[in-house]
Design a binder for this molecule. Sequence first.
Ligand code: DAH
Length: 367
Amino acid sequence: MPTPDYDPKEVAALQADQLASAVSAGRAAFAAAPDLEALAHEHTRHLGPRSPVALGRRELGALPPQARADAGRRVNDALTALQSAYDERRVELERDRDAHVLRDETVDVTLPWDRRPPGARHPLTLVQERVADIFVAMGWEVAEGPEAEAEWLNFDALNIPPHHPTREEQDTLWIDPPTAGLCMRTHTSPVQLRALLERGAPCYVVVPGRVYRNDPLDATHSPVFHQLEGIAVDEGLTMGDLRGTLDLLATAMFGPDVRTRLRPDHFPFTEPSAEVDLLCWVCHGTSTDPGAPACRTCGSEGWIEWGGCGMVHPVVLMSAGLDPDHFSGFAFGMGLERTLMPLHDMADIRDLVEGDVRVSLTLGVEG
Ligand code: DAH
């Protein structure tokens, strides 16, 4: 209700000098606010519902009409001045904040970073794929078999009867109970039988895989290692085909300068049989020279056994139900560690089996 005898001078909040000082206090506070949070706080103090100017505005209603217009203009001017001071500072502070964000969150795409992958495939996996590719390119198939193998396939069907010295030589790891007739396969040769039984003849198959022997770990032996088995059975295959296939594998893996040799040997499942040797990739055969330093990679033999091979024994063909008068074949079994080691000039097989991830990181990344 307007009070007719009201003297505007008594309403301190509406006096010009009071309003002017409220405006200058507000302006100073807005200008001094260091960030948007502080500015919001000052907004409450100088423009909020309990700020001096807002309180003054509330008094307007109590003024007599003749005084209200004047005082109203003064309050509005003060509010407008404060509001524009506030807006100005807010724009400034927002611009500052955006500039900070742009600067602080910038990603320097030119900075160097660690390009090493956190892991890599094991070099042995890669070499298995490489040899498989070489044979697939010639039309062969890739097969696999179980690592826990039937004794009959690991030995008997391969013409290795009980008490044959080969069973002792291969230091078999047997699976309990002994009556189960199961062992950890000592070579990939049982897959020869599996392939022939499954496919019949003609048959051209390679089998990369893991094999087990009760052998101590040293520079060139490991109780778990990998072989590449190959078997080809067809009409009219000869030792010449075997030689040609092995030469192709050797040059595809090691390049045209590789030196290999075939040496007569004996395996119960091939006849005739041979060993395939590689010239030692560490001493290049020089350790056999009189007075030369010893080579622990080849045991100063100059050559390193790469694998065994031969013409498939008639007994094996018959185990697979094939007529040896009609079909002939050749087979081979190469050590995959011994295929990989010369590729990287490795002297010690233990580097491949000890699980040091640096081996995979440096050798296992495909170039
Ligand atoms: N299985 C033999 C071994 O582990 C290697 C071998 C020799 C495989 C002659 C063959 C072969 O296929 O014909 O010592």
